[in-house]
Design a protein around this ligand. Structure first.
Ligand code: DGL
Length: 270
């Protein structure tokens, strides 16, 4: 049985998973986190399933050295391509971002027309359609890969004319499908929420799976008697595979607490 005051491991290909970490910090203020961002190998969304599985296994091996009590795959691409393998690999709870995102969208839609945006690999995997149709076979899904969104976020171009142009180019056609709900199916995308929201208009509700992911994590930890007792006092630690300064500056602008420092890990060694 893991130590209840052990940290929760959270990972992503880069800074996108910070949107999930932020929500976990909000909903589970007593928990400590170990965040890993694979900043040297981002993006994952254009890589093969085999490569994403290998990267994800290495990261989980690294997180296990930090004695984490649970793992949150704060990346839709890794959730879509590597979740099953990671679940088999460890004997601690694993939470992904896709199921919670699909549930939120299915609960929210009024006209059963849902849009999904994500990386090429996530969209190609069809995983959101699969979960949405399991919940309600009547739902119509329209998906679109937006491969330039991740580099825009990693470059910090969250509100920029270039971003507005690219968002409009990707999403303009989606408006014809009369969707009332759009899933931000990549953890980087909530950082572009302002621009995406303006493009889609106020009748389209944007779904950030982070909220439901943190909720599922809380329920799972409770069920497994793994919620932190609160005695130890929480501490967060941050690791990346490259570019510490950039990461820290970005994380400081996203998270509610001061990040201060991160360490570089030779992730290929895991
Ligand atoms: N943030 C990740 C996701 O949710 C990965 C983006 C990428 O590395 O391409 O899919």
């Amino acid at each position: 049985m893991p130590d209840v005051n052990a940290p929760i491991g959270v990972f992503d290909s880069g800074v996108g998973g910070l949107t999930v970490a932020k929500e976990i910090m909000r909903q589970l203020p007593g928990e400590s986190l170990v965040y890993f961002g694979d900043t040297a190998r981002v993006p994952y969304g254009s890589k093969s399933g085999q490569t994403v599985c290998k990267y994800s296994r290495q990261i989980v091996n690294f997180l296990l050295t930090k004695q984490v009590k649970a793992i949150v795959i704060a990346c839709n691409t890794a959730s879509a391509l590597a979740r099953e393998e990671l679940e088999e690999m460890v004997n601690i709870p694993v939470v992904d971002v896709v199921r919670p995102g699909a549930k939120m969208a299915a609960d929210d839609t009024k006209n059963n027309n849902i849009g999904i945006i994500g990386t090429e690999s996530t969209v190609k995997s069809g995983i959101y359609e699969q979960f949405l149709h399991q919940i309600n076979p009547e739902i119509t899904v329209v998906s679109k890969a937006c491969p330039l969104f991740v580099p825009l976020v990693e470059e910090g171009l969250l509100e920029d004319r270039v971003t507005e142009d690219i968002v409009s180019r990707y999403l303009h056609d989606m408006k014809e499908y009369r969707i009332d709900t759009l899933v931000l199916g990549c953890t980087h995308y909530p950082l572009l929420r302002g621009v995406i929201g303006r493009e889609m208009g106020e009748d389209v509700r944007l779904i950030n799976p982070a909220y439901e992911t943190a909720k599922s994590l809380k329920e799972l930890l409770k069920k497994e008697n793994l919620l932190a007792s609160g005695r130890a006092g929480r501490t967060h630690a941050y690791y990346v595979s490259d570019g510490v300064e950039r990461f820290v500056a970005f994380a400081d602008s996203v998270l509610p607490c001061r990040v201060g420092n991160a360490q570089v890990v030779d992730i290929e060694a895991y």
